[in-house]
Design a protein around this ligand. Sequence first.
Ligand SMILES: Cc1cc2nc3c(=O)[nH]c(=O)nc-3n(C[C@H](O)[C@H](O)[C@H](O)COP(=O)(O)O)c2cc1C
Ligand SMILES: [Fe+2]
Ligand SMILES: [Fe+2]
Length: 399
Amino acid sequence: MNEKTLIKGKIHYVGVNDRQKHLFEGMWPLPLGVSYNSYLIDDDIVALVDTVDACYFEIFLHKIRTIIGQRPIQYLIINHMEPDHSGSISLIKHYYPDIVIVGNRQTFGMIDGYYGVTGERYEVKEGDFLDLGHHKLRFYLTPMVHWPETMMTLDETEGVLFSGDAFGCFGTLDGGFLDTRINTDRYWDEMIRYYSNIVGKYGNPVQKAMAKLDNLPITTVCSTHGPVWTADIPRVHDVYARLSRYEAQEGVVIVYGSMYGHTEQMAETIAAELSHEGIRNIVMHNVSKSHPSYILRDIFKYRGLIIGSPTYCNQIYPEVESLLDKILLREVKGRYLGLFGSFTWAGAAVKRMGEFAEKSKFELVGDSVEMKQSMTPLTFEQCEHLARQMAARLKKDRK
Ligand SMILES: Cc1cc2nc3c(=O)[nH]c(=O)nc-3n(C[C@H](O)[C@H](O)[C@H](O)COP(=O)(O)O)c2cc1C
Ligand SMILES: [Fe+2]
Ligand SMILES: [Fe+2]
């Protein structure tokens, strides 16, 4: 019966699916839900790697007991303290009072503050080791992927990496959890969305963590969200490597605000000309309709970014402004930026977006277009011209 939960050696999947939460971190939509993954190592010495959101504790405990019955768990390894994973620590401690919590110095500072649990602890440093019998665990500190206490645990016997949020994605695990036994199509875009929304700012720490893992014999990646990766590890590695370097493919995201449709006509004109110039990947987002979660995903995907805004009370249209803040927060790098906007009596949006261009250090491409009131043959030509300049900039990067 326990075969169904078995991953490799004596490691079992004991995570749960959340199909109830609408917004992750109160912000990011979950149309496909999300899983909180935890792993139980049923060895001579029993260890649990991370826990799950406290709402799912009963299901979690049942899964654990189905595997180990009434045997105690000796160690609880905490790779990450964000409450979607640490939320069940107090309850686990309640059911397994003698459990030894394994974490680093930063972990314990947070455990004290959040849960105030007492008892024996094993405070690990980089490279420390824990022998469970068959499985032999080594700990790697990977700060800021994506909190300061984050670490990864490698089982050196079977090459199983417990990676925390790294290599994770949105989407529940419907039936199976191993990549070789499920259709993984739906996870790839959700991986980019997860990375850009949640981890996005921490490209450098992700790079450093990946460098540490480079020469390790990893056969299986057990992240805290989404499938357990085996056959697809090279693809997952590639996605995270590219995203953490802010690498993007040829294409343009046109994102705009528009109250009465005039700025939108500028966007349409730009898009049509980009297509005419041979740019195949064009994604348009009306900020008032598309959730920023999806806009950020596409900005992480494509190198070109053209932003349009009406002037609103002498400012950038607030929904556009809020997106600009989200881009700056994530310190997105290396995009080609085009700007356009509109006004009725005194234009301000385009000028203010110029400040964003400076702050973001994006390469400003072409001549920004500012339209008074509605489209004229001149604005039409200016929008097409901007599109041609963007297309030319992108084509310069073609091999
Ligand atoms: C609440 C509000 C505030 C506005 N503030 C300004 C402004 O400060 N300066 C200006 O020139 N136009 C202002 N406008 C006019 C808009 O900029 C204009 O309607 C818009 O650029 C037209 O583009 P759209 O059809 O895409 O919405 C304002 C419009 C609204 C509804
Ligand atoms: Fe996290
Ligand atoms: Fe998480």
